[in-house]
Design a protein around this ligand. Structure first.
Ligand code: SDX
Length: 424
């Protein structure tokens, strides 16, 4: 629970003083509780929530100035290199890393829920084959709410917990099928003898004709690490969307679908796809200088750079770059786009325009190069992000529902017409 500091902020308004309590967390800035501003007949005003803490949470801590990202206190670079994704899922959900017995139990529970009701596979047929896989994911994940609604009591903690396991377990199946559908290949069903990342790559790239399909362990390890690096990130736009939808008591599958929708935007999770498109457009290192001038003229954004919170490096980008080097070396790939990306980064880190604006590579800058090396098509990059972030979204949904909460209902500064009558 946050600690009342005993300190107060004093707002002087219309000759009156309003005392606003200040609370401290365990890490990060203190917060000023502004609800009493309402009594003064004013609202606070913070478009884009630049300075607003929307909730109290114990799941993830970010220090944007120091480039720190902790999940339940553990640094992201340790989790990405010393645990697998399902262990990080267990940590986000339960607050502690699993011991060996808990790990085996959780892995078994997830494997038991990777299948989806066969009717769900019919939803894909309603899409055109050239539909964007994220459009498909918004639809089919939302459709799961039709299969888990009447018997689902979100006030029952056991119902909430099985919902989290179902979503973590089924999202790779739905994600792989969103790819298979767009390439006209038959759906591959999940297998219980494969790890989480292996199963996903199997469902993505195996075909019924290839009975002996084997997932490359280098690719499975890289995929698992990419999932971990994307698992959660505090109150980002898509997580805040899930919390806001959840605050109405909405079906959790529908809330996750809302999160997928928010993530899709190029300013958020859609940036990884946009980075590859940007690298394709630049084409070669010779064109970088001219492209950077376009960025400075604000004609284009340098996708994969900048962050609302990180005003220093994004710790995930560092691990992603290291993974990129490992995967390309292991596969013997010399991807010219990596050289191009590194030249963009070199210029951005030395050019005053970018330094003044604290523009550093974020999680999306190098991820696309690894995903391409794994064989993931560009249109699936944000789907991979949504797959990995599902555990973060549902962890925040669980946290919100584990204590009393209020429906999220912001107000506004109204600058429209004053009241007037229709004159006909
Ligand atoms: C994710 O929130 C999260 O935690 C998100 C995420 C997660 O894990 O959930 O980390 C995942 O979404 C990472 C971000 C991926 N998006 C991109 O890579 C897209 C490119 N980045 C930008 O769109 C931007 O940096 C944002 C959206 C990420 C952050 O925008 P802010 O905080 O609102 O910053 P801003 O737009 O006010 O920019 C401040 C200045 C502006 O210049 P001036 O008006 O002061 O002259 O920096 C400039 C912006 O023009 N700027 C950029 C830029 N990002 C900001 N200029 C060129 N290229 C960019 N990428």
């Amino acid at each position: 629970m946050s600690e009342a500091t005993g300190k107060k902020a004093v707002l002087q308004l219309d000759g009156k003083e309003i005392e606003l309590p200040i609370y401290s967390g365990t890490l990060g800035p203190d917060v000023i509780d502004v609800k009493d501003v309402l009594a003064s007949g004013h609202f606070t005003f913070d478009p884009g929530f630049m300075a607003t803490a929307s909730c109290e949470s114990k799941i993830t801590f970010i220090d944007g100035n120091k480039g720190i990202l902790l999940h339940r206190g553990y640094p992201i670079d340790q989790l990405a290199t010393q645990t697998d994704y399902l262990e990080t899922c267990y940590l986000l959900l339960n607050g502690e890393l699993p011991n060996q017995e808990q790990k085996e139990e959780f892995d078994k529970k997830v494997r038991a829920h990777t299948m989806v009701h066969d009717q769900v596979s019919r939803f894909y047929n309603g899409f055109r084959r050239d539909a964007h896989p994220m459009a498909i994911m918004v639809g089919v994940v939302g459709a799961l709410s039709a299969f888990y609604h009447n018997q689902l009591d979100i006030e029952d903690v056991n119902h909430r917990e099985i919902t989290a396991v179902r979503l973590i377990a089924k999202i790779p199946t739905l994600a792989a099928w969103s790819y298979k559908y767009t390439v006209g290949q038959p759906f591959m069903y999940p297998r219980n003898d494969l790890s989480y990342a292996e199963n996903f790559l199997y469902m993505m790239f195996a075909t019924p004709a290839d009975k002996d399909y084997k997932v490359n362990p280098v690719l499975a390890k890289a995929m698992d690490r990419i999932f971990t690096l994307h698992a959660d990130h505090e109150q980002n736009a898509s997580t805040s969307t899930v919390r806001l939808a959840g605050s109405t008591g909405a079906n959790p599958y529908a809330c996750i679908s809302a999160g997928i929708s928010a993530l899709w935007g190029p300013a958020h999770g859609g940036a990884n796809e946009a980075v590859l498109k940007m690298l394709d457009e630049i084409g070669s290192v010779e064109n970088v200088a001219e492209f950077m001038e376009k960025v400075k003229r604000k004609e284009v954004k340098l996708m994969g750079f900048g962050h609302r919170v990180y005003k220093n490096f994004d710790p995930r980008a560092k691990v992603m770059k290291q993974t990129c080097d490992e995967v390309l070396a292991a596969l013997g790939i010399n991807d010219p786009q990596l050289a191009l990306a590194m030249e963009l980064e070199r210029i951005a880190l030395s050019d005053p325009y970018f330094i003044e604006r604290n523009l550093y590579p974020n999680v999306d800058f190098y991820s696309g190069i690894i995903l391409k090396a794994i064989g993931i098509p560009t249109t699936m990059f944000t789907v991979i992000f949504a797959l990995a972030r599902t555990v973060g979204w549902i962890s925040h949904w669980l946290e919100m529902h584990s204590a009393p909460y209020k429906i999220g209902r912001p107000r506004q500064l109204y600058t429209g017409e004053t009241q007037r009558d229709i004159k006909r």
